[in-house]
Ligand binder design. Structure first.
Ligand code: GLU
Length: 292
């Protein structure tokens, strides 16, 4: 039997806005999941989409993490510096004849909804002005998510034909995330449940690129009182350094953990949190914001 790999977790925010209470759930769960197993915890700035990312948000996120007492290992990896690695992965898929060009606009998809593989047989040349898609066969993916339980997906051919290189020339997020997790030796992906549905195609891509398997835990989303997801896009209130301890305690609560006693500072919070952390207590369902 091979020895277990040392745990490497990561937090991978997109710098499209500052961190909010919902992002803190993913940051905290990934941090404690790694640290309580003596693992490393990396921060990766997912600024691959330069049309939506901003350096000032990236700097702000790092300041917020610092004020919240997170300690990360090594240097921050910025996806905007990783084009060579993404191009190499794309070349490998191209050599396997797994890419095709697509010129569909969102509105022309069947019913305006899911892509069905219409460009597969059109034979458009793989040139810069087109999006490049993965030619995915029938996908059957099973995996165990430590929070969401057994996950099973089946997709018809075409339905999971991800865009890996966009028509504007940018590499797409699913490619970047899979390449970077492998390059950084990540063993443990702990992130928001909004990415659960993207996981099967990411696992499929990992297998095509010959990467080692990773484990998953998708933490519940945090919803506003009216049921909408708390998101940067909806201008969720940013976490402020002065409220760090309260924000940590709230995130701890939403993650279903037992109340910590006599915890008067951020340092004390983390010391106790490491001792008391119990991933099995994390609820599956989305949580609504409430006073706690
Ligand atoms: N960058 C993504 C986000 O901020 C997270 C990606 C991931 O954790 O895999 O939503």
């Amino acid at each position: 039997m091979s020895a277990a790999r040392p745990v490497i977790g990561r937090f991978a925010p997109s710098p499209t806005g500052p961190l909010h209470q919902g992002s803190l759930l993913a940051a905290m769960a990934s941090y404690l999941s790694a640290r309580t197993r003596h693992g490393k915890w990396l921060v990766r700035m997912e600024d691959i989409d330069i049309t939506r990312s901003h350096a000032h948000h990236a700097d702000m996120i790092l300041r917020q993490l610092d004020a919240l007492g997170f300690e990360w290992d090594g240097d921050i990896l910025y996806q905007s510096t990783r084009n060579e690695a993404y191009r190499a992965a794309l070349d490998s898929l191209r050599r396997q004849n797994l890419l095709y060009a697509c010129d569909c606009r969102r509105a022309t998809r069947i019913g305006g909804g899911r892509y069905t593989g219409v460009c597969r047989e059109r034979g458009l040349p793989l040139q810069e002005t087109y999006a490049w898609r993965l030619r995915a066969e029938k996908i059957v993916v099973r995996f165990f998510d430590r929070i969401q339980g057994d996950c099973y997906w089946q997709e018809a051919p075409g339905a999971a034909d991800l865009i890996l290189r966009r028509a504007d020339g940018l590499f797409a997020y699913p490619l970047a995330v899979v390449v970077d997790d492998a390059a950084q030796g990540v063993t443990d992906v702990v992130r928001g449940a909004d990415l659960l549905a993207a996981t099967p195609s990411q696992r499929y891509l990992q297998a095509l690129l010959g990467y080692v398997d990773v484990t998953y835990a998708h933490v519940p989303l945090l919803l506003q009182a009216d049921g909408r997801k708390l998101s940067k896009r909806d201008q969720a209130p940013a976490l402020t350094p002065t409220a760090a301890l309260t924000d940590l305690q709230q995130a701890w609560f939403y993650l279903g953990q037992r109340r910590l006693v006599s915890c008067g500072s951020v340092t004390e919070f983390w010391a106790q949190a490491r001792l008391e952390w119990n991933e099995a207590r994390i609820p599956r369902q989305a949580q609504r914001l409430r006073k706690c």
